[in-house]
Ligand binder design. Structure first.
Ligand code: ADP
Ligand code: RBF
Ligand code: MG
Length: 363
């Protein structure tokens, strides 16, 4: 959930060490937590509400269990719940994905010989197991410390999160793992949307050198389905039509990708392959686990193509979602995004995905 950076308090920023949190910072643990609790509570006739995820993520296992028992009025004790649910969680650890930017950050800091520590509220043994599924992680951490290895209570630096980092005199960059939680991180020196937005040079660390022409290459991923009706705002309000895909079918996939502006290739089996720039964002009309995906195909179409199968390959990242003071400034920014995407997609590293058969496959 948070990324803590320790620096010596000298005139010139000199980072002695970077301390990383695990769940929600490096690992997409929320997905697994929600999946397991949904199934477990279902057996007791209760419905897991994703909106309560913030009460569970970042807590010690016992704290998390206590809040679930209380909130759902379960008849068991917290420790009974834990002993039932722990084996189910442990079975899933091998499936927890690295969050976007996590591998990149660990590799970058290791390559520059910046000491990295891992501090998490999980018990030490669980941390070791969770990271064992990610190649190169264990060797990268100089120190690993778990929730079961500390004793003093708050406000000692042993407490979790941003407060701990600040109490220890560190500079703290928070990466909230749940949407619309930034207000909880006011004491952080910076709040970023995902590790993709981390600029190490701000903290006296070596900069990333992988940005190319204002774009960051990402591990390509694909998504597709029939084009559905959105809210009719794209063309009407912005003059920018976005071919919306159903998020219901892809909530898991979308939860793995931070909101923001991305680009790649879009295929319509009957019409061909087009450059595409898109936003992934929170849809305020639905509950906060719902995100929308809004691709703008960079081509002038004579007609709408609602209902057609649209396949996307997303190859790069441009920027986080932002708020704008006016509609004009939003439109201007989106046109800037388009220009960046259009130019970048001619680079071989991105253009090679144009020929991927997935784009024009019919299912
Ligand atoms: P909605 O809110 O229903 O998504 P929009 O105003 O965003 O409506 O318009 C999107 C629709 O416009 C798409 O579903 C598609 O049928 C059509 N369309 C036409 N040209 C484009 C384009 N270049 N990119 C995306 N969609 C387009
Ligand atoms: N809306 C925002 O509120 N903030 C943004 O930063 C933002 N960026 C966008 C970038 C692109 C490339 C596109 C196509 C749209 C963007 N939108 C943004 C608009 C939003 O996703 C959506 O298209 C409109 O709200 C219309 O439904
Ligand atoms: Mg749209």
């Amino acid at each position: 959930m948070v990324l803590k950076m320790s620096i010596t308090e000298s005139l010139k920023k000199l980072v002695s060490c970077v301390i990383l949190d695990l769940d929600g910072t490096l690992l997409h643990t929320d997905g697994i937590v929600s999946d397991v609790l949904r199934v477990y509570l279902g057996k007791y006739g209760k419905k897991w509400d994703g909106r309560e995820a913030h009460k569970v993520v970042g807590k010690t296992p016992l704290e998390a269990a206590t809040s679930v028992v209380e909130d759902y009025g379960l008849s068991c004790t917290s420790s009974e719940l834990l002993s039932e649910i722990n084996p189910i969680f442990s079975d899933q650890w091998c499936n927890i994905k690295a969050l976007p930017g996590a591998n990149r950050l660990i590799k970058h800091l290791s390559a520059h010989r910046v000491p990295i520590a891992l501090a998490s509220n999980s018990p030490r043994e669980n941390i070791e197991t969770k990271i064992s599924f990610h190649q190169g992680w264990k060797e990268s951490f100089l120190v690993i410390i778990g929730g079961d290895e500390v004793t003093s209570a708050k406000p000692s630096p042993e407490m979790p999160g941003v407060t701990a980092g600040k109490a220890a005199g560190m500079e703290v960059v928070a990466v909230p793992s749940l949407p619309k939680q930034s207000h909880l991180y006011t004491s952080a020196d910076e709040v970023i949307n995902s590790l993709l937005d981390l600029h190490p040079e701000k903290w006296g660390l070596p900069p990333f050198k992988d940005w190319i022409k204002d774009t960051l290459p990402i591990q390509p991923w694909q998504i597709g389905g029939p084009v559905i009706k959105g809210f009719g705002r794209g063309s009407k309000m912005l003059g920018i039509p976005t071919a919306n895909l159903s998020t219901e079918l892809y909530s898991t996939l979308l939860s793995e990708h931070p909101s923001g502006v991305y680009f790649g290739w879009a295929g319509l089996p009957t019409q061909g392959v087009f450059k595409m720039v898109m936003s992934i964002g929170w849809n305020h009309y639905f509950n906060n686990t719902e995100k929308t995906i809004e691709p703008w195909l960079l081509h002038n179409f004579d007609e709408d193509f609602y209902g057609e199968e649209l396949h996307l390959i997303i190859v790069g990242y441009i920027r986080p979602e932002a708020n704008f003071p006016s509609l004009e400034s939003l439109i201007e920014k989106i046109h800037e995004d388009r220009k960046i995407a259009e130019e970048a997609l001619d680079l071989p590293m991105y253009s090679k995905f144009r020929d991927d058969p997935y784009l024009i496959s019919s299912s």
